[in-house]
Write a protein that binds this ligand. Structure first.
Ligand code: ADP
Ligand code: MG
Length: 627
């Protein structure tokens, strides 16, 4: 038996580890299972290159709770260690980077979880254990070794009688960590960190139905079988050609067992130069309640779960996606600012952007109909991407769609082509009409469509920003909301709409109207439109509405002190309507005034402007009318 002192320069390193890593003390299990996995994979490699002739077999890792003995066992069938190797790897090397680590990271280390890279992984066991034993038998023909350490720098090392290859780590769980003797807790940790690790991990048993007997005699029996907690070969580690649509969906369910919506489509990432990265991203159906934050993209490193905070690695607009990214080249678990400053990380982020854009393009070209169907569910992500990621914007022209209220889906180029006949202003600018709310702006939409104009339905919350971007990048494009006055002023009129009223009649009508409607708010405009079009319509100049929206979105007081923006609208009166004629010909002043007010209120109502007292009065008056 040998006894000795662990080679540490800081005597009280154990309390330090415990203190520094306390916030993340559950990672001890991830570290120990990682070491067990490493040991197994190392042996696999040695046998595959013929360096040893031992039988590799089908090794598993077992995690076992001994509640009575207050012990947790992690047992592997990997390459094991000789006594010399225990001395070398456990006693000496482990602490080599410790001092530097503690000095370099100070406060940030508290929740950074930096362990493995510093050879501290094994020692994380002392965060939860008051004593740790290693019983290990190397694949080499040497006796087993038994190492015991009670959390002080003292250890003992002697030979043991273990005859099977591999390592057993025994944690004597400390009084303040007894939760790690609970079945559910260990299951939770294994599921969180080790669910996709490459070596099967056995934990406890589970019940399974088994058939026995034959034919008529066949009966079912419940039996206890070994419970393997992980899927050692998750979908992302396979080649896309090996996987069917169903496989991708199944993997989605495996990742998010509580998620019942199916993903819209997936993107398989696979690159090995200039960095290593695999993964599968899913476009989820965006639900209105945006529960996007719950199931996030998970970052793995060699199939070990690292974090579900992928900020920086995944461009921001894609953090709404779900799925898995696995890359050994991402600096492990360091703070966010560090990740972003890292050149490799920016490269990864760019790669993902590019890959997603390419995939969208191919989905669009391969099955446009399907893509159009999904558009409503993905548009927010894509529109946000166009605004926030120049690299994405460059590619977006190929697949971003602009749907019309009547469900035509145009690309920007197609849209330009579609409207160039009818929707060009005097300077040759293309006027893109759009509605932001088909219900609220319905009468305007109808009027515009009646004239043969295309009306887009742009209803996502960030659309005003997108419009601005499109306008500044396409000089000949001007977006105009369908209820804005520009429509008829801007667009070259096909002057075949004959006016029912003479010029004198028009003049007279205008004077009448202006004496009744509040002209400080409403500018009266007479238009000879189709007789079926609405008789009264309220429009708001596009620039006015945008200014107002801007002053609202800049919060309360508004930019440039525009908080109290004057309410200014156009009242467009269709001189070809029967109502216009009725008003003009009405001899009784009171009746005439009643007609105008009722018509104005109706126009306000359809623009959502009739509220409060006015609305009450209107309803009352309307009841009177139909009495
Ligand atoms: P790291 O994993 O970063 O090398 P650790 O502190 O986790 O650092 O482990 C230190 C070393 O101890 C490992 O590199 C390995 O050589 C050895 N070791 C730990 N656990 C096992 C095990 N279960 N089987 C074989 N060797 C192990
Ligand atoms: Mg380790």
């Amino acid at each position: 038996m040998t006894t000795g002192k662990i080679n540490v320069s800081v005597e009280n390193i154990f309390p330090l580890i415990k203190k520094f890593l306390y916030s993340d003390h559950e990672i001890f299990l991830r570290e120990l299972v990682s070491n067990a996995t490493d040991a197994t994979l190392k042996l696999k490699h040695l046998t595959s290159i013929g360096e040893t002739s031992v039988e590799y077999g089908n090794p598993i890792i077992e995690v076992k709770i001994d509640k009575e003995g207050k012990k947790l066992h992690i047992i592997d069938q990997g390459l094991g260690m000789t006594a010399d190797e225990v001395e070398k790897y456990i006693n000496q090397v482990a602490f080599s980077g410790a001092e530097e680590f503690l000095e370099k990271y100070k406060d940030s280390a508290k929740d950074s979880g930096i362990i493995g890279h510093f050879g501290l992984g094994f020692y994380s066991a002392f965060m939860v254990a008051e004593k740790v034993e290693i019983i290990t038998k190397s694949y080499k023909d040497e006796p087993a070794a038994h190492w015991i350490c009670d959390g002080s720098p003292e250890f003992t090392l002697e030979t043991a009688d273990k005859t099977t290859r591999g390592t057993e780590i025994i944690l004597h769980i400390a009084e303040d960590s007894l939760e790690f003797l609970e079945d559910f807790k260990i299951r939770e940790l294994l599921t969180k960190y080790n669910k996709f690790m490459p070596v099967p991990i056995k934990f406890g048993t589970r019940k399974e139905q088994k058939a026995y007997g034959v034919g008529e005699e066949e009966k079912m029996e419940e039996i206890e079988v070994e419970n393997i907690i992980n899927n050692p070969s998750p979908a992302w580690t396979k080649q896309p050609t090996e996987l069917t649509d169903e496989d991708y969906k199944n993997f989605y369910r495996e990742l998010y067992p509580m998620q019942f919506e199916e993903p819209l489509f997936n993107i398989h990432l696979n690159v090995d130069y200039p960095f290593n990265l695999t993964g599968i991203l899913y476009f989820p159906k965006m639900s209105a309640d945006l529960q996007i934050q719950k199931d996030k993209i998970q970052l793995y490193q060699n199939q070990v779960f690292v974090t579900d905070n992928v900020e920086g690695i995944v461009p921001e607009f894609l953090t709404m996606l779900k799925g898995v990214i696995d890359s050994p080249d991402i600096p492990l678990n360091v703070s966010r600012s560090y990740l972003q400053a890292d050149g490799a990380v920016k490269k990864i982020s760019n790669y993902i952007t590019r890959k997603v854009a390419d995939k969208l393009k191919s989905l669009f070209t391969e099955n446009r109909e399907d893509f159009e169907k999904k558009w409503n569910d993905i548009k927010i992500v894509l529109e946000y991407g166009m605004l926030s990621e120049p690299k994405f914007y460059e590619k977006a022209g190929a697949f971003v769609l602009y749907p019309t209220v009547s469900k035509n889906y145009y690309t920007l180029d197609e849209l330009k082509e579609a409207i160039k006949e009818k929707q060009t202003d005097k300077d040759g600018k293309l006027i893109v009409l759009y509605a932001s709310n088909n219900d609220a702006q319905h009468s305007y939409v109808e009027a515009a469509e009646a004239k043969g104009y295309e009306v887009l339905l742009l209803d996502s919350p960030i659309v005003s920003h997108l419009i601005q971007k499109l306008e500044s990048d396409n000089e000949n494009l001007q977006f105009v909301r369908v209820d804005s006055d520009h429509i008829d002023n801007l667009i070259k009129k096909d002057d075949n709409q004959i006016s029912k009223l003479s010029d004198e009649e028009k003049e007279s009508l205008k004077t009448t109207l202006e004496s009744i409607v509040p002209t400080a708010t409403y500018t009266v405009q007479l238009e000879a439109m189709d007789s079926q079009a609405a008789p009264f319509m309220i429009t708001q100049p596009e620039f006015m509405r945008r200014m107002k929206e801007m002053s609202q979105s800049s919060g309360g007081g508004g930019m440039f002190g525009m908080g109290n923006f004057p309410e200014m609208y156009n009242l467009v009166v269709n001189t070809n309507s029967d109502l216009a004629t009725s008003i003009l010909n009405e001899k009784d002043k009171t009746t005439q005034e009643g007609l105008v007010k009722q018509a104005l209120d109706l126009a306000k109502l359809s623009q959502g402007l009739l509220k409060g007292e006015d609305l009450t009065a209107f309803v009352k008056r309307s009841f009177e009318l139909i009495k």
